[in-house]
Design a binder for this molecule. Structure first.
Ligand SMILES: [Zn+2]
Length: 259
């Protein structure tokens, strides 16, 4: 794809680059099997799931010199220490600056993964451009961290989501992406145009996640009070309901099965 332009900076020429920097893979024992990808139908609601080592997944959408080896690498440098701690299950106190950096990194992973899906689900050009210029999680996105109890490995789940907003009847399409990497679970809910997302979590569901974006001036501590069992995780990756169903952000978690 020599003629393809970098999705971030627009420069001509892209190369195969890892969705998640190789440095994080060193934290894991990598099994010898291949990287089977569960194919989705492309219909809304299908969960794209990377079955194999997510650290092997590559996309050919980004330029090597300016982006991958430039600002993207600098971003990796910024988050490597806290991410490595959390992936290996060590307690971590996150400053506002670290929350912002990890949130940006998480959004980048979620965006790039959309090009690995079959078929790809390209991110809107304005969204990519905004991210490239600001290098932080965009408005309309929310990022949480959670913890996985038994450390089952690593994978990435991605689910399309759409809903009509009650206030103005506008249709919004988003993506809910959940990365499991060792003990760390990172979830990005990105709904362009839905400027303020409100989440009301019932008391019994509290303590399973830590919100890092929008960030807080206060220290955020990982892990949260409760860790996710494999069963909880299955719920967690789809916790905002079936995407074809109209969804009210203030009520969506009611009636869930977790806890
Ligand atoms: Zn570029």
């Amino acid at each position: 794809m020599a003629g393809r332009h970098c999705i971030f900076c627009g420069r001509k020429g892209v190369s195969n680059e890892h969705i998640i920097a190789k440095r994080f893979r060193k934290l894991f024992v990598v099994p010898g099997d291949g990287i089977p990808l569960l194919r989705g139908t492309g219909d809304a609601g299908v969960v794209g799931m990377w079955q194999g080592p997510i650290f092997d997944a590559q996309v050919k959408r980004v330029c090597r010199d300016h982006c991958n080896n430039g600002w993207m690498r600098a971003m990796d440098d910024q988050v490597e220490a806290p991410l490595s701690r959390m992936m290996t299950g060590q307690r971590c106190e996150l400053t506002e600056e670290e929350q912002n950096a990890i949130a940006a990194w998480s959004v980048r992973i979620a965006m790039l993964y959309q090009y690995r899906r079959i078929p790809p689900l390209p991110v809107a050009a304005e969204r990519l451009d905004w991210f490239y210029r600001h290098r932080k999680a965009p408005p309309g996105s929310t990022v949480w961290l959670a913890a996985s109890a038994p450390n089952p490995g690593y994978t990435l789940y991605s689910m399309r989501w759409s809903a009509t907003r009650a206030e103005d009847g506008a249709e919004h399409n988003g993506v809910l992406s959940t990365l499991l990497a060792g003990h760390l679970v990172v979830q990005v809910f990105d709904v362009p145009g839905w400027e303020r997302m409100h989440f009301t979590v019932p008391e019994r569901l509290k303590g399973f996640d830590v919100q890092i974006w929008p960030s807080s001036e206060f220290i955020r501590v990982w892990p949260p009070t409760h860790a996710l069992t494999p069963e909880d995780l299955g719920y967690f990756v789809m916790r905002f309901g079936h995407p074809e169903r109209e969804w009210n952000p203030s009520r969506q978690i009611r009636g869930s099965t977790l806890g």
